[in-house]
Ligand binder design. Structure first.
Ligand code: DGI
Ligand code: FE
Ligand code: FE
Length: 189
């Protein structure tokens, strides 16, 4: 699918603000893909579609999680997490994207996953560091992302985990597992 078609499909799903975020994620993901030798077309499409399900109702997302046998545990955590796996499903069903690499990057973009590959890390980080993001610490992650993907993912996860702790929110196991996996990998490498 070409970029114009993909952007037209997501534009219908998103607010103007979220669409601008999506453009930032797309541009950032393409830069990172070039830097780390990943298929830039896959990075582009995964980034364009990563928040496709962001504005679906909780009821629709819950039904998809149950009907499609996604981890039931998701339902015990904040509904903010649901748009990632539900998005992967809807992008296949509604946009006709069947590339498993693209769908997995969408699925893992919010929590990460201990088995995430380079494309997954690129989309996860592009979502975190795109130019529209302003939160504390993002500038440090922007710099490190161009040098070391794993270290940058660890920094982003550490910030997110701290943010959730401060808000007295639970932390989804995949988020912690990803953090633990990448930080121990760094120690031994
Ligand atoms: O969809 P975006 O806003 O672009 O970004 P995202 O998909 O990374 O979602 C970020 C939100 O998800 C943010 O409000 C924090 C929340 N989040 C991320 N990981 C976890 C989490 N919330 C909980 N409860 N647990 C997590 O592990
Ligand atoms: Fe998201
Ligand atoms: Fe996003």
């Amino acid at each position: 699918m070409d970029r114009a078609k993909a952007l037209a499909l997501v534009k219908e799903q998103l607010t103007d603000k979220r669409y601008e975020h999506t453009i930032g994620v797309m541009e950032t993901a393409i830069v990172l893909a070039g830097k780390f030798g990943v298929d830039s077309k896959k990075a582009e499409l995964a980034a364009i579609f990563h928040d496709y399900a962001k504005f679906r109702s909780k009821e629709e997302m819950e039904k998809i999680i149950v009907d499609q046998n996604m981890p039931k545990q998701l339902l015990e955590f904040h509904s903010e997490l649901w748009h990632a796996p539900v998005g992967a499903y809807l992008v296949r069903m509604e946009a006709g994207i069947h590339d498993e690499d693209i769908l997995q990057a969408i699925r893992f973009h919010t929590t990460g996953n201990k088995n995430m590959n380079i494309l997954d890390k690129i989309v996860f980080l592009a979502d975190y560091i795109e130019p529209g993001r302003k939160f504390p610490g993002v500038e440090d992650v922007r710099k490190v992302a161009l040098e070391n993907l794993d270290e940058a993912v660890v920094m982003a996860l550490r910030n997110t985990i701290k943010f959730l702790l401060d808000k007295k929110q639970p932390i989804y196991p995949d988020t912690l597992e990803t953090y633990n996996t990448l930080i121990s990998y760094q120690k031994t490498s």
